[in-house]
Design a protein. Structure first.
Length: 437
């Protein structure tokens, strides 16, 4: 398989690179940890490593060094499509190179060959209560498939540590191949008639998801490809990525680890932001009975801030410019449905709110992030079940975290085990810092 060959060819140099770095420069101080960082959720402490993606404050997310516009332009695309094969993106995340069309199609074929979901997974989903959250359903399905893990079986045999990545890659391919069918069935079961739509063997991974969702509108296949690209990875420090890495560092297999990541994604401070942003947009639309004027929206934004609330979708922990993931979706909507009212409102918010936040002076970053517009695009195509948006986020995010898992095992990254201190120890450290030398 091409992914095995490409990764295996890189591994000797990568392992030597990491060993040399740790051996020769292991004591180099990269960052200083403060008490406020310890109590503040370890925010911005430089203590994780990933070569899959990096959030540049001035340019936004880079996947293997490539910006989003570069990827949209350079990754291979299906005939007549605007957005790239998701298989080409996955190749890039795993191998670190822009694939040829043949290489992207090989990943797509691997997924097609591995895409059949075991019947017991559908049976489990059918047995769950009807009022259960769709992300719970998705996480349960991923966790239940753990019985299929090759890594778990081979670990108790004669599997060598330097080969842990091989069954991890197999597990990752097997899992990601099945994600569109599982997610689409959760949607059909939860919100539609429960009738499962069979996979179309002639469609690529992203388009097949749109097909199995039962969304017939022209363009939704391209939106799906774009959505999965934009949400696939975001460094290692976000909750879903870090939870996956943490659980995987114990040598729990990909199914255990990614289910943990999905459970982290469920938190209101992480994966639910997209639906909160759309909910705010719809509340504005309802208040004014349509798209308000600029002055009306400006006043509404000030009223929101003065009441002690935030404007969801604006601000980012790292970025200091408009999120390129927002820009890519804005351009998509402008090209395909510029007169859609909810999309027009999202565009108007972009014109008005950053200036309001600048005038207020509290926001370090007054610019929109990816969540400020993603729900509006789904809403246009009729996918209006807010709770499901996080499932789609999860489908996308598992592309990045599984790629990271393969490389974590390939490079022998150890179990993650930070050291804790007591409050008294920190108080003593603070007191000593106040005493003159």
């Amino acid at each position: 398989m091409i992914l095995n060959e490409k990764i295996a060819a890189q591994l000797p140099d990568w392992r030597n690179r990491v060993r040399k770095l740790v051996k020769e420069s292991g004591e180099v101080v990269v960052d200083q940890v403060t008490i406020s960082q310890i109590y503040g959720g370890a925010r911005n402490i430089k203590c994780l490593v990933t070569d899959i993606s990096y959030v540049d404050p001035n340019e936004g997310i880079r996947f293997r060094g490539f910006t989003i516009p570069e990827l949209i332009a350079q990754l291979p695309k299906p005939a007549g499509a605007e957005m790239p094969y998701v298989g080409g993106l996955y190749y890039l995340l795993l191998v670190g190179e822009i694939p040829s069309e043949a290489e992207a199609l090989e990943v797509e074929k691997e997924w097609k060959d591995r895409g059949e979901v075991p019947q017991y997974i559908f049976d489990i989903l059918l047995a769950l209560p009807s009022d259960i959250h769709p992300l719970t359903m998705f996480s349960v399905a991923v966790l239940a498939m753990q019985r299929e893990s090759l890594f778990a079986r081979q670990y108790h045999g004669d599997l060598k540590k330097e080969d842990y990545w091989i069954p991890t890659l197999e597990d990752s391919l097997n899992l990601t191949a099945k994600l569109p069918a599982i997610a689409a069935y959760v949607y059909r079961l939860k919100y539609k008639d429960g009738q499962r739509i069979a996979s179309d063997p002639n469609l690529d991974w992203g388009a097949d998801f749109a097909h199995m969702m039962g969304v017939p509108a022209k363009g939704y296949d391209d939106l799906s490809r774009l959505y999965f690209l934009l949400h696939s990875d975001h460094e290692s420090g976000n909750v879903s990525a870090h939870a996956t890495h943490l659980v995987g560092s114990s040598l729990s297999d990909v199914y255990y680890a990614t289910s943990a990541g999905l459970n982290g994604l469920a938190g209101p401070l992480h994966g639910l932001a997209n639906q909160e942003c759309l909910g705010w947009l719809l509340s504005v639309y309802e208040k004014f009975g349509g798209v308000p004027s600029k002055e009306q929206l400006r006043q509404f934004a000030w009223d929101t801030l003065n009441s002690g609330h935030v404007i969801p979708g604006y601000g980012h922990a790292v970025l200091r410019k408009t999120d390129p993931r927002f820009t890519a979706q804005l351009e998509f909507g402008t090209q395909h449905f510029p007169n859609d009212d909810v999309f027009k409102l999202a565009s108007l918010v972009y014109d008005v709110v950053p200036d309001v936040l600048k005038e207020q002076g509290k926001a370090k970053d007054p610019w929109p992030n990816v969540d400020a517009i993603s729900g509006a695009l789904q809403y246009h195509y009729g996918v209006r079940e807010f709770d499901f948006y996080t499932v789609m986020f999860g489908v996308s995010r598992l592309l990045g975290v599984t790629a990271n898992a393969v490389w974590a095992r390939a490079l022998g990254q150890p179990i993650e085990r930070p050291k804790s201190l007591t409050t008294a120890m920190l108080e003593n450290a603070a007191q000593k810092a106040k005493v003159p030398a």
